[in-house]
Write a protein that binds this ligand. Structure first.
Ligand code: BG6
Length: 478
C-alpha cells in the first residue's frame, strides 16, 4: 500500500482513545500499515507532538502493550492544535502535513472526523479551502462518524454540502457494525451456501428476530443520547444496515457498488409506517431505577446530562415488513435496549413448522447468528430422543469464531474499517442514497413519537416494558 497520513479530528476525544488508537495499534502490530505512515492528531487542546504521545501512552496504559511496540508506533504520531471553527487555523494543518511529509512524493491523506457532528460541514469546507480535498498530488478520503444527520432533511442537507467539495467516492460514512466479522459473515454464510440460500424466503421462514441488548446505560454520553434516543443511536444506522445485509438480494458483484446497491434497494423496500401501523407495531421504553443486593442502578432520568422530564427512548420494540416478493408475510421483530439484563446482539431466523410432521412435538428449526458478545452461528434442529419409539429432541450445530481465534487474527470493527478506507475500499461504508433511505424509514417513527410521546418505564436488568411483550413474538427467557 502506498504511503499516507491519517489526520484525526477529535484527537483528544473518547473514541480516539478507546477505539481508534487500539485499532491502529493492532493494524501496526499485524504489519497492515504502510512503512511510511504518519498520524496527525488534531483538536483544540494545546499539546506538542511529544505531549500528545505522552497523553496517548497514559490513555492506553490499561491495554498493556509491549513497550517497544508502543514506542515505535507512537514515533509515527504528531499533533496540531487548532480551533476547528476558525478557517484561518486550517493552514496550520497544511503546514504540519508538509513539514512531516516533506520527503514523500504522494500526499495521500485519510481524514477521520470524530468530532461533534455539527462540525462536519465546517471541517470539510475549511480543509477544502486550503486545497486538502484536491487529489492531484494523492488521494484524499474523509471518514465521517455517525450520527450522519439528525433527521431526514439534515442528512440530505449534509450530503449536499459535502458534495460541494468532495466526490462521493471520497466520502466514507462509517457504521462500525459493518466492521464486525459476524455481520460480514451474514453475507458469506448465506450466499456461499446453497443450502441456506434456497430457503431464505417467506416460503420457509416464518419470522425473523433482531435483538440488540446492552447492559450499559447512557454512561457519560447523556448530553448526546438525550437528543438521539435509541431511534437515532441504533435503529437508523446499525440495525437497519444489519437487517439489510441479511435480507438483501444477491449483489451482481461482490464489490462496493454491487453490495451497496442491494442494501439500498432493500432498505427502500421496508414498508414505511403510517400512524395507524405505529399504534400497533411500536413500543418505546425508558429504563428506571433498580437495585439488587450488590448494586443500585439509577433510572435514565437521574443520569448525568438528561432532562428531568425527558421522553427519550432507551428501548424500542418494533415489528416491520419488507415489501418484496421474497419477504412479504415474513415479519421482522426488532428489540433494541439499554440496561437490559445482558449484552447480546443476534439475529434469529425462525423457520416455518413442518406441516406434515410424522412426529409429535417436533420443534421448529431455527438459525441464530450471534453478533456479540460471541461471533457465532447455531442451527437448532430435531433429532431422535434416545430410547424407545421415535420421539424427537432438540439438537444444535454450532460454530464460534472464538474457536479459530488462536490461529486467525480477528480484526476489531474499527480496525477493519480504517484498513479498508486506507485501501480505498468503500464496500462496508454507507453511501449517500443508503443514508437517506434509512432516514426516510425512520423519520415517520420520529414524527409519530414527537406527537405521541408514550414511553413506558422498565426497570434496569429487565427485558423492556411489559407492554412490549405482546408485540415481540418470542420473549427472551426471563
Ligand atoms: C454506538 C452507540 O454507535 O454503538 C452506542 O452510539 C452503543 O450507544 C454502541 O452502545 C454499541 O456498539 P457495540 O459495538 O458495543 O454493540
Amino acid at each position: 500500500m502506498s504511503k499516507y497520513t491519517l489526520v484525526i479530528f477529535g484527537a483528544s476525544g473518547d473514541l480516539t482513545k478507546r477505539l481508534l488508537m487500539p485499532s491502529l495499534i493492532s493494524l501496526y502490530k499485524t504489519n497492515k500499515l504502510a512503512e511510511k505512515f504518519t498520524i496527525i492528531g488534531v483538536s483544540r487542546t494545546k499539546f506538542s507532538d511529544e505531549e500528545y504521545r505522552e497523553k496517548l501512552k497514559n490513555d492506553l496504559a490499561n491495554n498493556k502493550y509491549d513497550e517497544k511496540l508502543l514506542n515505535n508506533f507512537l514515533s509515527h504520531i504528531y499533533y496540531q492544535p487548532i480551533d476547528t471553527a476558525d478557517p484561518e487555523d486550517y493552514s496550520l494543518v497544511n503546514i504540519k502535513l508538509k513539514s512531516i511529509n516533506k520527503n514523500l512524493d504522494k500526499n495521500n491523506i485519510l481524514f477521520y472526523l470524530s468530532t461533534p457532528p455539527i462540525l462536519y460541514k465546517t471541517i470539510v469546507k475549511n480543509l477544502s479551502s486550503v486545497g486538502l480535498n484536491q487529489e492531484k498530488d494523492g488521494w484524499k478520503r474523509f471518514i465521517i462518524e455517525k450520527p450522519f444527520g439528525y433527521d431526514l432533511s439534515s442528512a440530505i442537507d449534509l450530503n449536499k454540502e459535502l458534495a460541494k467539495d468532495l466526490n462521493e467516492d471520497q466520502i466514507y460514512r462509517i457504521d462500525h457494525y459493518l466492521g464486525k466479522e459476524a455481520v460480514q459473515n451474514l453475507i458469506v454464510t448465506r450466499f456461499a451456501n446453497p443450502i441456506f440460500e434456497t430457503i431464505w424466503d417467506n416460503k420457509h421462514i416464518d419470522y425473523i428476530e433482531i435483538t440488540s441488548a446492552e447492559s450499559i446505560g447512557v454512561e457519560k454520553r447523556g448530553g448526546y443520547y438525550d437528543n438521539a434516543g435509541a431511534m437515532r443511536d441504533m435503529l437508523q444506522n446499525h440495525i437497519l444496515q444489519t437487517l439489510a445485509i441479511f435480507t438483501m438480494e444477491a449483489p451482481q458483484k461482490m464489490d462496493a457498488n454491487g453490495i451497496r446497491d442491494q442494501i439500498t434497494a432493500l432498505i427502500k423496500n421496508i414498508k414505511i409506517f403510517n400512524e395507524k401501523d405505529l399504534n400497533t407495531n411500536l413500543v418505546l421504553g425508558q429504563y428506571s431505577e433498580n437495585s439488587n443486593n450488590d448494586q443500585k442502578l439509577p433510572g435514565y432520568l437521574d443520569e448525568e446530562g438528561i432532562a428531568k422530564d425527558s421522553k427519550t427512548e432507551t428501548f424500542i420494540a418494533l415489528k416491520l415488513n419488507i415489501q418484496n416478493k421474497r419477504w412479504s408475510d415474513t415479519p421482522i421483530y426488532i428489540r433494541i435496549g439499554k440496561r437490559l439484563p445482558k449484552k447480546l446482539a443476534e439475529i434469529t431466523i425462525h423457520f416455518k413448522e413442518n406441516q406434515n410432521s410424522l412426529f409429535k412435538n417436533s420443534a421448529r428449526n431455527s438459525l441464530i447468528f450471534e453478533i456479540q458478545p460471541d461471533a457465532s452461528l447455531s442451527f437448532k434442529f430435531n433429532l431422535k430422543e434416545p430410547g424407545e419409539g421415535f420421539n424427537t429432541r432438540e439438537g444444535c450445530l454450532d460454530f464460534a469464531y472464538s474457536s479459530i481465534e488462536k490461529t486467525t487474527h480477528l480484526m476489531l470493527g474499527y480496525e477493519r474499517l480504517i484498513f479498508d478506507a486506507l485501501k480505498g475500499d468503500a464496500t462496508l461504508f454507507t453511501r449517500s442514497d443508503t443514508i437517506e433511505a434509512c432516514w426516510s424509514f425512520v423519520q415517520p417513527i420520529i414524527d409519530y413519537k414527537n406527537n405521541n410521546p408514550k414511553v413506558y418505564q422498565y426497570p434496569c436488568w429487565s427485558w423492556g416494558p411489559k407492554e412490549s411483550d405482546n408485540l415481540l413474538k418470542t420473549i427472551i427467557e426471563r
